[in-house]
Design a protein around this ligand. Sequence first.
Ligand code: TPP
Length: 573
Amino acid sequence: MIRTVKTETTAEAYLLLLKDRGIDYFLGNGGTDFASLVDAFAKFEAEKIPAPRPLVIPHEFVAVSMAHGYYLEAGRPAAVMVHVNVGTSNASTAIISASRAGVPIFMSAGRTPVTEEGLPGARDLHIHWAQESFDQAAMLREYAKWDYELRTPVQLESVVDRALEVMLAEPQGPVYLTLPREVLAATPPALSVTSPSRRQVSGARLPDPDRIEEAARILARASSPLILVSAAGRDPRAVAGLVELAEAGGIGVVEADPVYLNFPHDHPLHLGYNQSGASDPALAEADAVLVIEADVPWYPSVQKPPAGAPVIHLGIDPFFSRYPMRSYPCDVPIAATPSAALPLLAEAVRRHADRAAVAARSARIAAEHRRRRAAWDATAAEQATRATTGFAWVARSIQDAMDEDTVVVNEYPLDRRYAAFTRPGTYFASPHSSGLGWGFGAALGVKLARPDSTVIATLGDGAYFFSQPLSCHFVERAHALPILTVIFNNQRWEAVKRSVIGLYPDGRASATGRFPLSDLTPSPHFEEVVKAVDGYGERVERPGDVAPALKRGLAAVREGRPALLNVLCQRAP
Ligand SMILES: Cc1ncc(C[n+]2csc(CCOP(=O)(O)OP(=O)(O)O)c2C)c(N)n1
C-alpha cells in the first residue's frame, strides 16, 4: 500500500518511517543535532501519534550495547542515534563488538550543519565548526557494512530501507547513517511511502547438497567424530538441529568459547567447553571434526586436530571473511544457515551411519560426559567451604538461583562448567572481539526485549569499570529495567596477569608475584554505586553468603529495584 506522509519536518517523517518499519525503540544520546527529533517526539507524545519510544541513554557505548542485547533477544532492531563525530567515537567499541558478532545495529548520528548561515538548522554554535569531519563515517567504516548521509528528505524512504536491507542481509552487521541538521529541520514535500516495505531479506540460506553428502559420509564413517561450536545457538532453532545431528551420528559436542547456549549442558553427548591454554583429549582423538559457527575452534599453538582428520566448517560465513588473517584447515565448507543445514546434515548422517556403531559411541561419550560433569560438580562443591569464595562456587550458586525464566549475560567470569544452561536463548556471552564493558549494556537490552524475565549480568570487576556503570544504573532506574548485576570481584585484571605468566612463566613478574598494571586495589565499594539510583547493593565475602545474597538481590529486582552484588572471590582459591 502506498501511504502519503505529510509532516512539518524531515525528522518527523523519519521517526514515523522507523515505526512503520518495525522499530519500537529509539536509544538516543543527543546534542544540538537532535533539535528537530526532540521536537518531533514531543509532538507525537502530545498528539498520541505512534512512534518509536525515545529512551535517553547517558553514554553511547551503553546505547549500542543495549541495541545489541535487544536484537539478540527480540530479533528486531532498535534505532540508536548519537551526537555527531564525538558520539560516534564513544560508540565505536560497541560497533566493533556488533560487527564481529554479526549483529545488526541501526546506528545513526547527527552531522554538524553543512551551512554557516541562511537555512533553518544552520550553524549557530562554535561546536558546529569544530565538530565537522572530512569523513565522519570513516571512523566506523571498517566495522559498518554500509554508511550513507541523508542528503535530502526526498530520498528518506530509499535510504532507510537500504540501511535496513543491508543490515539484515546475512552476514548481518551494523550500518551507519548520518543525518545533517538542516535536512532534519527541512519541511519535506508530501512523501509517498510503501507500507509494508517491499525490501524483505529474511530467508534461510540452504547448503550445497553435495557438500552435505560429503560431510555426512565423513562423519558417519569416523570412529571418533567431534563437533566444535561457538555461536550456532544465536538462533535458538539451531540448538534442536544440533541435538538431532549429534544423536544421529553419536557425535560428542564441545562448545568452543561459547557466545550462546549451543547445546544443552545436560545432554549426554555434551563433552564440555574448551579451556584456554589446555588441550582436550576429545580433540586429540578426533578423526573427523565439524566446526559450526566458530571463528576460533581451537588454539593452534596449543593443540590441533590430528593431521589426518578431515575438517568441515559450517556457518553463514564459514571463512570469517572480514578477519584479516585466519588459517584453519577446511576440507569441506558448508556456507549455510545452521538452523536450516543441521537437520539436513542429521538426516544424511542417519542414512549413512551404522546404528550399532552410533549406539556404542554414544554410550562411550555419555560415560565421559558423566565423568567430566562429576569433576566439575566436585570442584564447585569443594569451593563451598573454602575461606575465600571461588568463581566456580559463585557460578554454581547462580545456577541454583535461576528459574525457568532467567537469562544470563556473561562478560567473562561465569564458567559454564559450573552453571548449567539447558534452554536455548537463556545465555549470552561477550563477542570474541572483547570490547570490555559490553555485558552490562547488553543485559539491559535483553531486559528491554524481555521485561518480564529475570536478567542477571555476570561481570568481572574490570568489565564493570568499563561498562559505564552509572549510565547503566541510570537506565535501570529511569526506564524501569531492573536487573541483577553480580560482580566477580578478584580485584585485578586477571586476564592481563595470566598473559604475563603464559608468555614469561619464569619471568620476573612470575618470580616476584608482582604484576604491575593489572592490580585493581583498593577495590571500590561497588555495592554503593547502585545505591545512587536507589538500588539494592550488597558486599559478599564468604561462600556461605552467596546464595542468601542472590536471593535478596533477586527479591529486590522483583520489586523493581536495580540490584548489585559485589562478590569478593578468586578464580582459583
Ligand atoms: C576496551 C578494552 N580494553 C582493554 C581490554 C583488555 N582486557 C581484556 S580482559 C581484561 C581484564 C578484565 O578484568 P575483569 O573483568 O576483572 O576480569 P578478569 O581478567 O579479572 O577475570 C582487560 C583489561 C579489552 N578487552 N577491552
